[in-house]
Design a protein around this ligand. Structure first.
Ligand code: DLZ
Length: 157
């Protein structure tokens, strides 16, 4: 799934809905923390740029990407307008990568079908840490920025 032509990191700021009065939850995985922190900072900066006030950005830390599902499920009970889940799963020597990635994607999909707030997927699933660095503020942009734009657009549907 090539993303080079679909990057939202460089986007038309005037087409993004105003975030004033929105409350947005960011559920952040602690695995690969330099990557998830950079994604969080990208998302937060984009939300504040679009007038979401800092006190309306609610951060919830969870141990790993697998726990993003439960974290987002709890966040859906917190009267938020949208939730962004942030994680980074890097391929290792075993099939753990596939199980975690698939579980998170399906779990978040289910929350979107059944919950009241949209849940935006900002989980990198890369072969190498260098690929993740490139997508968390490197030469492929910052997927946290893109997730924030997606969240603002989903609230305004
Ligand atoms: C166990 C595990 C492994 C091997 N790799 C990652 C990873 O690359 N990224 C990530 O976010 N989490 C990883 N985890 C932790 C699981 O997501 C989860 O936290 C544990 O299995 C406990 O449920």
């Amino acid at each position: 799934m090539a993303t080079a032509d679909n990057s939202l990191s460089q986007y038309d700021h005037f087409k993004v809905p105003d975030g004033k009065n929105f409350r947005i939850g960011l559920v952040v995985s602690e695995w690969n923390p330099t990557i998830t922190e950079a994604l969080f900072q990208g998302a937060k900066a984009t939300l504040t740029h679009h007038n979401v006030s800092p006190e309306n950005i609610i951060r919830i830390d969870v141990p790993g990407s697998f726990e993003l599902i439960y974290g987002a499920s709890r966040a859906q009970q917190m009267d938020l307008d949208a939730i962004i889940v942030i994680g980074c799963v890097i391929k290792g020597e075993t099939r753990h990568f596939e199980f975690i990635s698939n579980a998170v994607a399906h779990g978040i999909k289910d929350l979107n079908l059944n919950g009241k707030a949209p849940v935006v997927f900002c989980v990198l699933t890369d072969d190498t840490i260098d690929q993740s660095k490139a997508r968390s503020g490197g030469d492929k942009g910052n997927k946290g920025v893109e997730a924030a734009v997606a969240a603002l657009r989903m609230i305004s549907l």
